[in-house]
Design a protein around this ligand. Structure first.
Ligand SMILES: Cc1ncc(COP(=O)(O)O)c(C=O)c1O
Length: 415
């Protein structure tokens, strides 16, 4: 079953993968600028992760979620150590959507309130509960039923297309002017749920934007749920993206690379005040699998020991300079925070008119044919998402950018 439509050439059936390169069954190599869908932050099949998972295979694989394993406890301790002091405990489940559902339950149980605000353009998963806090109409319609009325959106910070015509420097966070009134009109609001930086399109708000949101929510006594499923584990040049803004949320969720790429593992972490009021509704059979936990911990230690988070920062800067240096008329915006990257393609740089679907598909196909694995997303479907393993080198980035130059020029000739 192929639950979405693929451009030509997909899907790639991978026979083996190493660091930033995956090789398909025909022997063709691809530079993986998706890190296996933003999971393999330390690179594919890192020997230390493989070793940790292999060791664990001989010790214990799985126990009831009512008990625990040494591997899961170690991972929990490490995470609590890395997260802000507002977070004391971790609960493991199997995927980011599930982790967010638990976060919603926790926030509702802790506050006795039912409404949750989330950001425009947000993606927090596709299960029925997490769809309630995912903005895309297309995805919401996939539920096949009306979703509840307990969730509602607040403005996000899409600074390249600022509705007030400001730049990040001139920004006075005018987009947030109506937020207090909106929250006041929903007194049954338990929490605000947001990614620190929206992964879909790489939208990093200016610091003052987050400061104001954080102040408003504190004044109203709302919980803050931070979704680090995609931004966490070094992706943005910090272990967690909330560090860029000094946020101290009551609840943090995570997933993707948390398993080290071995199976699937997600977390819902919270502070004591929330945890003590949490009466449950959480017994995922495979949550906190020991092999995934051992691999995830090995990945965290690898990111730290091999300075991959520093590399993410440096390579994000290199990427930004290299793409701008193309001076391509279709490159409207280049936004990297660490290696959470987006290149927004436009037909006209002055008007910011979105590049047409046909051209975008041709760019993606051209890159694919050239051995570059990327995904495309964004509010208008015109953002090339560039999120390679954090071990990527400047030479590999240069190879990608040379390919991008060639493909953009070729597509311009043909459409
Ligand atoms: C920010 C964010 N939250 C939640 C999810 C859902 O995670 P999963 O696909 O593991 O359910 C994703 C997945 O892409 C995500 O990017």
């Amino acid at each position: 079953m192929r639950p979405w439509t693929h451009p030509a050439g997909e899907p790639v059936i991978v026979a083996r993968a190493k660091d930033c390169v995956v090789t398909d069954v025909h022997g063709k190599d691809y530079l993986d600028l998706t890190a296996g869908y933003f999971v393999n932050n330390a690179g594919h099949c890192h020997p230390r992760i493989v070793e940790a998972a292999t060791q664990q295979l001989h010790q214990v694989l799985q126990v009831s979620g009512k008990h625990g394993t040494v591997a899961a406890v170690r991972l929990a301790e490490r995470l609590i150590n890395l997260l802000p002091k507002s977070i004391d405990q971790a609960f493991f489940s199997t995927g980011g959507s599930e982790a967010n559902e638990f976060a919603l339950k926790m926030a509702r149980q802790a506050t006795g309130k039912k409404d949750v605000a989330y950001l425009e353009n947000a993606y927090h998963g596709l299960t029925l509960g997490s769809l309630e806090v995912t903005a895309s109409e297309k995805y919401r319609e996939s539920a096949g039923k009306p979703l509840g009325t307990e969730t509602y959106t607040l403005p996000n910070a899409y600074c390249y297309r600022c509705p007030k015509g400001q730049t990040p420097d001139s920004c006075a966070t005018e987009c947030l002017d109506g937020v207090e009134a909106k929250l006041a009109a929903r007194p049954d609001t338990a929490a605000i749920l947001a990614e620190p930086i929206q992964s879909v399109g790489g939208l990093a708000p200016p610091e003052k934007w987050w400061k104001r949101v954080d102040l408003i929510r504190k004044q109203r006594g709302l919980l803050l749920i931070i979704d680090e499923v995609q931004t966490g584990l070094g992706r943005t040049g910090k272990m967690f993206a909330l560090e860029h803004y000094g946020l101290e949320p009551e609840i943090v969720t995570g997933g993707k690379g948390l398993s080290g790429g071995v199976g699937s593992l997600a977390m819902t972490c919270a502070g004591k005040d929330v945890v003590t009021k949490f009466f449950g509704g959480t017994t995922p059979t495979s949550g906190g699998n020991a092999v995934s936990a051992a691999a995830g911990l090995a990945m965290i230690e690898t990111l730290v020991d091999e300075k991959m988070i520093d590399n993410a920062r440096a390579m994000g800067e290199h990427f930004t300079k290299a793409v701008w240096a193309l001076r391509d008329p279709w490159v409207g915006d280049v936004r990297f925070t660490g290696l959470l990257g987006g290149v927004e393609l436009v037909a006209n740089r002055d008007t910011k008119e979105v590049l047409g679907k046909k051209a975008i598909a041709a760019v993606k196909d051209g890159l694919h044919a050239d051995g570059m694995l990327i995904t495309v997303s964004g509010l208008y479907g015109n953002v090339l998402r560039l999120q390679p393993p954090l071990s990527i080198t400047a030479a590999q980035i240069d190879t990608f950018v040379a390919s991008l130059r060639k493909v953009l020029a070729a597509v311009r000739q043909s459409v």
